[in-house]
Structure formats: structure tokens, C-alpha cells
Design a protein around this ligand. Structure first.
Ligand SMILES: Cc1cc2nc3c(=O)[nH]c(=O)nc-3n(C[C@H](O)[C@H](O)[C@H](O)COP(=O)(O)OP(=O)(O)OC[C@H]3O[C@@H](n4cnc5c(N)ncnc54)[C@H](O)[C@@H]3O)c2cc1C
Length: 335
């Protein structure tokens, strides 16, 4: 039986985010001896939150130095918790914070790490991870003999653990704050004025370069495109994705949608989000873009061109229509 450590860092309010609870559910499904390792300024709210999970131990590295994401402190905390737990399998959610620090911690313990795991389960009585390769074109199932084995689990791959909060005792693992060269001075958001990326949304709404192209009247309708897209996003709470062409235009000084940044890009050189449904508008549906739709369950597209890429087996439904007219009507119906 594996000795399992689940690593979780707290959010600014001291609690654990959904991704950590998903990793906790995956750890519990392995049926090993589970220790939970918490990292943060103060971990009491997080310990109370997962009190009912049935972990045999809760360990913690806490203090102001561990409140903020920083490689030196996060890697030291992960290393200390892994050593104190004696775990053979260390599981952590693939947050930007852990994705940066965990490979270093694995190296210090002469372990191995697998990143971007999309599943973790017992197969033939040994833990095995699912992982996609070549930009989500091929899926592999891997096991490893080397221990400790660190696994970073992508979010959205399993339902989060839920349980009533309670009183939980935790043991503090003493750790001298390592020398740091990085001081966290604040958080800078991308220039996009409005939060448009919503990983938990049911719907992904993709805007392509067509929104900024000349339309049938020979004119560009950038302002209307902005208001139609933002109106739909506000009413539906969908997450906004983009094609590469559209986000690249801002760098080239063309009239673009102000709220788009490269963070919205979906595809081979962009993101591969997980949503139940996707609606693509004014986007051609070329392979380097559609490869980012791997985990979108139901795909629909609106394009004027009946021969666009979506028509070639990439969408479940293609509406051959003017996206301006369709979204105008959809927004009217949702108002
Ligand atoms: C190595 C490499 C990596 C790449 N990585 C990515 C990536 O990660 N993500 C990505 O997106 N692309 C990527 N690309 C680029 C990709 O190949 C395409 O060039 C890009 O996706 C095209 O963007 P688009 O469909 O928005 O624009 P366009 O190809 O310009 O298509 C615009 C579409 O809008 C339609 N349209 C116009 N007006 C309307 C209207 N009123 N109503 C309905 N439809 C309308 C047009 O019919 C057209 O099909 C990559 C390319 C390479 C070579």
C-alpha cells in the first residue's frame, strides 16, 4: 500500500481552492494511507475545511513567508512535508504555484515527477496516471517504479471532495525559511479590463478574427462586436476564448477587441480548457486552433463559410450564418 501525501497551498483567505479538493478526491480514491500537507500563512481554515476527509495525519508548514507563491519557499515547504510524511506518492493540484515548485522538490528527494496528469487510479494494484502528449493528440497511461513519485493533477478532471468542516488537529513541520532572492510586491493583472476567463464555466465562447474583418457592407464593426461579445459573456457567464489570429492583431496595432489578451488563446500554442460546451464564432476552425478543443464535450460553430474547418468533422453543429445577426438575436432572447 502506498503512503500518499496530498500537498495543498491555501488561498489568500486561508481556505483551499477547488483544484486542491479535486486532488484530495483523487488521493482518497487510491485507498492508501493518506497524509495531507498544508502550506500557507495560517492553515487553520484549510485544516477545518478538510477535517472530515479521513486523513491519518495533517501536516503543515506555515508562516508569512509561505503566504505568497515563490519557488524557494514553496519548494522547501513541499520537500519538508514530503520528508516528514515519508510518502511514496505525492499528489498536488497543478496550480501555477505547485507546477513551478514541485519538480524541484522531486529532484531534491531523488524522486520523479509527472506533470499535467488528467487522471490517477489504481490499475493492476499500482497507481497509474493518465497524461496527454503532442498537444492533446495522444493519451498514455503511465506507472513508475521510482519513489517518491510526484504527480501534478490538472484541474477539472475529477469531482472535488466535499464534506462538512470540523475541528482538525495538525502537526507543524518546523522549517527555517530558506534564503530568497524574490520579494513578492503585489499582483499585476493582464491588461484586459474585465475578467473573461472562467475555467469553471459550462460554456466556452470563442471569438475569432472574423469579428474584426470587413463585413458584407464593406465596413468593420469593431464596436458592435465588442458589445455583442461582452453582452453575451455577462448574460451567460461563459468563459471567453480566442483564436491566435485575433489576439495577435493587438500586437500588430490593428483595431481589436480591448478585453482580449493572449491568455484567452485556445489551441496548439494556447490553452486546452475543459468545458461541457463550446461555441465558436467568426473563427475558421483550423487544426492548430481546434486541437485546443480536445476536452470540450459538445462543439458548435457559427461561420459564414460552409466549407470552414468546423464543417470537416470538427464541430457537432455548424450554423452557416452571420455571427453578428445570430449573437444579436441570442442576446435579445437572454435579456
Ligand atoms: C505552429 C502554429 C501554431 C498555431 N497555434 C494556434 C493556436 O494555438 N490557436 C489558434 O487559434 N491558432 C493557432 N495557429 C493559427 C491557426 O492556424 C489559424 O491561423 C488561426 O486559428 C486562424 O484564426 P481565425 O480562425 O480566428 O481567423 P481567420 O482564419 O481569419 O478566420 C476568420 C473566420 O471568420 C469568418 N467570419 C467572418 N465574418 C463572419 C461573420 N459575420 N459571421 C460568421 N463568420 C464570419 C470567416 O468566414 C473566417 O472563416 C497556429 C499556427 C501555427 C502555424
Amino acid at each position: 500500500m502506498e503512503k500518499i501525501l496530498l500537498l495543498a497551498h491555501t488561498e489568500t483567505d486561508g481556505t483551499l481552492a477547488k483544484a486542491a479538493l479535486e486532488a484530495l478526491a483523487a488521493a482518497l480514491a487510491l485507498e492508501g494511507e493518506l497524509t495531507i500537507g498544508l502550506v500557507g500563512a495560517a492553515v487553520e481554515p484549510a485544516a477545518a475545511q478538510i477535517a472530515g476527509a479521513g486523513a491519518s495525519r495533517i501536516l503543515a508548514v506555515c508562516g508569512d513567508a509561505f503566504a505568497v507563491p515563490r519557488y524557494a519557499t514553496d519548494a522547501a515547504a513541499a520537500e519538508a512535508l514530503a520528508r516528514a510524511s515519508g510518502a511514496s506518492l505525492v499528489l498536488a493540484p497543478s496550480t501555477s504555484r505547485w507546477a513551478r515548485a514541485i519538480p524541484g522538490a522531486a529532484f531534491r528527494l531523488n524522486g520523479r515527477v509527472d506533470t499535467h496528469a488528467t487522471g490517477l487510479a489504481l490499475r493492476n494494484d499500482v497507481p497509474a496516471v493518465n497524461r496527454w502528449f503532442y498537444r492533446q493528440r495522444m493519451e498514455a497511461v503511465l506507472t513508475r517504479a521510482q519513489r517518491p513519485w510526484f504527480v501534478l493533477l490538472d484541474s477539472g478532471c475529477c469531482p472535488p471532495w466535499s464534506g462538512a468542516p470540523g475541528a482538525a488537529a495538525f502537526e507543524t513541520v518546523p522549517l527555517e525559511v530558506p534564503a530568497t532572492r524574490t520579494t513578492v510586491t503585489g499582483v499585476q493583472s493582464p491588461k484586459a479590463g474585465e475578467q473573461t476567463i472562467r475555467p469553471d464555466a459550462k460554456l466556452l465562447f470563442v471569438a475569432g478574427a472574423g469579428w474584426t474583418k470587413k463585413q458584407s457592407d464593406g465596413a468593420v464593426h469593431g464596436a458592435e462586436a465588442e458589445s455583442l461579445i461582452l453582452g453575451f459573456l455577462r448574460a451567460s457567464q461563459a468563459s471567453l476564448g480566442s483564436s491566435k489570429s485575433l489576439v495577435d492583431m493587438s500586437g500588430e496595432g490593428e483595431a481589436v477587441l480591448q478585453f482580449m489578451s493572449h491568455l484567452n488563446q485556445i489551441g496548439q500554442t494556447g490553452a486546452t480548457p475543459r468545458h461541457a460546451k463550446g461555441l465558436s464564432t467568426c473563427c475558421h476552425g483550423e487544426e492548430p486552433h481546434v486541437v485546443g478543443w480536445r476536452f470540450i464535450t459538445q462543439r458548435r460553430a457559427i461561420n459564414l463559410d460552409a466549407n470552414c474547418g468546423w464543417a470537416r468533422g470538427k464541430a457537432d453543429v455548424l450554423y452557416v450564418a452571420d455571427a453578428f445577426a445570430v449573437m444579436r438575436e441570442v442576446n435579445r432572447l437572454m435579456a
